[in-house]
Design a protein around this ligand. Structure first.
Ligand code: GDP
Ligand code: IMO
Ligand code: MG
Length: 431
């Protein structure tokens, strides 16, 4: 029996959705534990693409999917996503999909504040997804949040909304110069959401722990990436939750002893959406090549993703912060066609090589990436399904990643489809 956490090692969009969908075959339950609909996780099965923002990526495998207490949930988006999946013939009833009664509800003022703050910041903006994620986590921390347990109690919800809305409207009108929001309109809307979602609201911690006691296997699905973590990322250019593996426990209500393995998803190069430092960024033709060949547009906002070389300084940061036991390398096919590849293996600051990832963005801005070069390959590898059949140059690139990180590669992804994958070692085996 094994319980495995899957997280992103870079700045998000590493291909977590694909890897979770693939490994969900071996799990009984799939649990999201943080973030919200800032995430966009893509699965491609039999040529059909499905993007999920809130529903865990185990849903296409018919697994029980849970949204944990650590997630901030926009009920309108959840309902829309359920309807989209149901229209595709995917079972999404209360037995398949549960949301924690302790999960925070994203409210219209969270989105309005998120967008208005970004507008006000102008060129200094974070480049958030505008989904209200930061303001929702902010209210959770200041104890002004509304949870699903509140949402399904109409009278209580009404009272709590009446207590919080004047403060939000004051801030929106007087500071952000936006329109105030109407209590009656919000209440009516959210009451309808509550009626639809009530059968799905459950105690996720109790359910997951009971399942584990019965010998069921759980897959914990991270969102965003290690360097967007609120504590460990490139603060303030981060999201508002802990994206590292430790939060799988807090965000779903399980103890740390329950976790047997942590898989870090690594895109074979690096991308980032939104503002913030990115030492190995390529602002040249190679960057454009990766962007267009990799179809690097955000799955949530459609924004063009910034592209750069693989960076093992950040990967090693991710190895340490998450306790990675295995790597899943994705989008390896995209690197094909380049004569030379580069891997950023260190940062030089004032003539010295940095020992660890700097906390100061000022220092990071002055860091010079140190690169090693490695031969590229010309072959199209997207139909290769066995490691032995990969060209030698591809094996050398993979070998460098293993040597530089000290973590075994367990999965290699060579295309977006579920079956365009080489599994060297199934993380659910032998635990
Ligand atoms: P996530 O947020 O980590 O789940 O990643 P996204 O879904 O936002 O972005 C990953 C994108 O890469 C999606 O469009 C996937 O379909 C695609 N993808 C995943 N793995 C591969 C791969 O190995 N090769 C290629 N070419 N595309 C991939
Ligand atoms: P997945 O799960 C990539 C980025 C935003 C912005 C910053 C803060 O698909 O990998 P937020 O709306 O969270 O306050 O925005 O974080 N961001 C992501 N970037 N992938 C994601 O999720 C992201 N979720 C948030 O672009 O820079
Ligand atoms: Mg994504």
């Amino acid at each position: 029996m094994a319980n495995i956490v899957i997280i992103g090692t870079q700045w998000g969009d590493e291909g977590k959705g694909k890897i979770v969908d693939l490994l969900a075959e071996y799990a009984d339950l799939v649990v999201r534990f943080q973030g919200g609909n800032n995430a966009g996780h893509t699965m491609v099965v039999k040529g059909e693409q499905v993007i999920s923002h809130l529903v865990p990526s185990g849903i296409l495998q018919g697994k029980i999917c849970m949204i944990g207490n650590g997630v901030v949930v926009d009920p309108a988006v959840l309902i829309e996503e359920m309807d989209y999946l149901i229209a595709k013939g995917v079972a999404c009833g209360p037995e398949q999909l549960m949301v924690s009664e302790r999960a925070q509800v994203i409210m219209p003022y969270h989105q309005a504040i998120d967008k208005a703050r970004e507008k006000k910041k102008g060129k200094d903006k974070i480049g958030t997804t505008g989904r209200g994620i930061g303001p929702a986590y902010e209210d959770k921390a200041t104890r002004h949040g509304l949870r699903f347990v509140d949402l399904v109690d109409a009278d209580g919800f009404n009272e709590k909304l009446a207590a919080i809305l004047p403060e939000k409207n004051f801030y929106l009108e007087k500071y952000l110069e936006e329109q105030p929001l109407d209590h009656g309109t919000i209440f009516k809307q959210y009451n309808a959401y509550a009626k639809r979602l009530a059968p799905h609201v459950a105690d996720v911690s109790v359910t997951v722990n009971r399942a584990m006691q019965e010998g069921k296997q759980v897959l914990f699905e991270g969102a965003q990436g290690t360097h967007l973590d609120i504590d460990h990322g490139t603060y303030p250019f981060v999201t508002s939750s802990n994206t590292v593996s430790g939060n799988a426990c807090c965000g779903s209500g399980v103890g740390p002893k329950a976790i047997n393995g942590v898989i870090g998803v690594v895109k074979a190069y690096t991308t980032r959406v939104g503002a913030g430092p990115f030492p190995s960024e390529l602002l040249d033709d190679v960057g454009n090549y990766l962007q267009s060949k990799g179809a690097e547009f955000g799955a949530t906002t459609g924004r063009r993703r910034r592209c750069g070389w693989l960076d093992t300084v950040i990967l090693n940061n991710a190895v340490r912060l998450n306790g990675l036991t295995g790597l899943a390398i994705t989008k390896l096919d995209v690197l094909g066609g380049l004569d030379q590849l580069r891997i950023c293996t260190g940062y030089r600051y004032k003539g010295k090589t940095m020992e660890s990832f700097p906390a100061s963005l000022k220092v990071l801005a002055q860091c010079e990436p140190v690169y090693e070069s490695i031969d590229g390959w010309k072959e199209d590898i997207s139909n290769i399904n066995r490691y032995e059949k990969l060209p030698d140059k591809v094996k050398q690139y993979l070998g460098r990643i293993e040597a530089l990180t000290g973590v075994p590669i367990q999965i290699i992804s060579v295309g977006p489809q579920r079956d365009q994958t080489i599994v060297l070692e199934n993380p659910f085996d032998g635990k």
